[in-house]
Ligand binder design. Structure first.
Ligand SMILES: *Cc1c(COP(=O)(O)O)cnc(C)c1O
Length: 407
């Protein structure tokens, strides 16, 4: 029996085919992407869409950036995997350049964002016991309400999103949840057992919530004064998105530990990392933590090419400049279908007038007009195109948003 030619199936047929065989843990927009380049994707029928989500910032450099694809191709032809049982010739260069880019000493390479978060939690706890002197198994980590740090059992243990948690207990203890953007509450939650404060510099999943000016600097001051670590989850906010290499640079803050992921893999392979000072990452010894694929040569080659792109500063500059276009465009829509928005760099959470439909409905209407976005909660949509998008493309997308909201 011959299998049907998969490529002969149209979008609707492919969507129907997923239903019985694919776990229903997502509810994608009804678009089936078959190819992509730069900021544009094309579906099975050849319809083109501007990608205004960019894989939640995994595609900061656009789809198939030539330098990244070339780095991947070159590495595919040479060496792809060794495991960390052996050294590989790509890892030292990757770690050196990533540490230099982020102004840190050491790199712990992982694959997915959730793994970087898990690794950051383990490192912070180990630091608390080995360096700070917290009694065994007593370490606490202070986190913010409405956080999004990933989907593992430990990470959903400190989520405040019931959909993400419900049905997955029992949960990992040792976390204290305080309101985001509230330094007094954080101060009250930090005590002698606290290993770290773990926050997102901008809460993406929560709708692009930007804390008040001074909050990140305040977290830095507080954690230093209280003697615990500041761990910044920059998996979505980092690597150019906000107009800086790291979003914490907006307040000239240097955390003890930064978690990176998403864009670090150039939209090609999963690459994540924990970067931080030698005092902190130095607590790990052989055998205490690891990952079969972490730091593999293909990931290191692509990650190095990503760092090379960021070293030019071009993408950070584009995000800052185009961010002005984005903010001005959105400001013009306030009162005309938009009730409010938050934006930094090329990243916005847009609250749409609920009477015009939920975020999902607006996303579907934008899809039919050739713009791909993702809703978050309620009537909020997020806009985060690749940093390679042009000002004209961005203006076009804002024009389409206006059309969808006003006609
Ligand atoms: C996406 C994301 C994660 C999890 O990354 P995965 O690669 O999906 O595991 C963690 N933190 C933040 C802020 C994220 O945006």
């Amino acid at each position: 029996m011959t299998a049907p030619a998969r490529t002969d199936r149209g979008s609707e047929e492919l969507i129907r085919a997923e239903e019985p065989v694919l776990a229903h843990n997502y509810h994608p927009l009804p678009v089936v992407v078959a190819r992509a380049e730069g900021a544009w994707v094309e579906d099975v029928e050849g319809r083109r869409y501007l990608d205004m989500l960019a894989g939640y910032s995994a595609l900061n450099f656009g789809h198939r950036h030539p330098a990244l694809v070339e780095a991947a191709h070159r590495q595919l032809d040479r060496l792809t995997l060794t495991s960390r049982a052996f050294h590989n010739d790509r890892l030292a260069g990757f770690a050196e350049r990533l540490a230099a880019l982020t102004g840190t000493d050491m790199v712990l390479p992982m694959n997915t964002g959730a793994e970087a978060v898990e690794s950051g939690i383990k490192v912070a706890r180990k630091w608390a016991y080995d360096v700070k002197g917290v009694p065994a198994d007593r370490a606490t980590i202070v986190v913010a309400a409405d956080n999004f740090h990933g989907r593992t059992t430990t990470i959903v243990s400190f989520s405040t999103d019931e959909t993400a948690r419900s049905g997955f207990g029992p949960f990992t203890p040792g976390f204290r949840i305080v309101p985001y953007n509230d330094l007094a509450a954080m101060e009250a939650a930090v005590d002698e057992t606290t290993a770290a404060v773990l926050i997102e510099p901008i809460q993406g999943e929560a709708g692009g919530l930007i804390p008040d000016d001074g909050y990140l600097a305040g977290v830095r001051e507080l954690t230093r004064r209280k003697g615990c670590l500041f761990v910044a989850d920059e998996i979505q906010s980092g690597l150019g998105r906000t107009g800086h290499t790291l979003a914490v640079e907006h307040e000239s803050v240097v955390p003890d530990v930064v978690l990176l992921g998403k864009a670090l893999g150039g939209g090609i392979v999963p690459v994540s990392a924990v970067v931080g000072s030698r005092e902190v990452l130095g607590v790990l010894h052989p055998g205490e933590h690891g990952s079969t694929f972490g730091g593999n040569p293909l990931a290191a080659a692509v990650g190095t090419a990503v760092v090379e792109l960021l070293e030019t500063g071009e993408f950070q500059r584009r995000a800052a400049e185009l961010g002005t276009v984005l903010r001005e465009g959105l400001a013009a829509l306030v009162g005309r279908g938009v009730v409010g928005f938050r934006a930094r760099g090329l990243w916005a959470g847009v609250d749409v007038d609920p009477s015009l439909g939920g975020g999902r409905e607006i996303s579907e209407r934008l899809m039919r007009e050739g713009i791909l976005v993702k809703d978050t909660h309620g009537s909020t949509i997020r806009l985060a195109p690749p940093l390679t998008v042009t000002a004209e493309e961005l203006a076009g997308a804002l024009g389409t948003l206006e059309k969808v909201l006003t006609t």
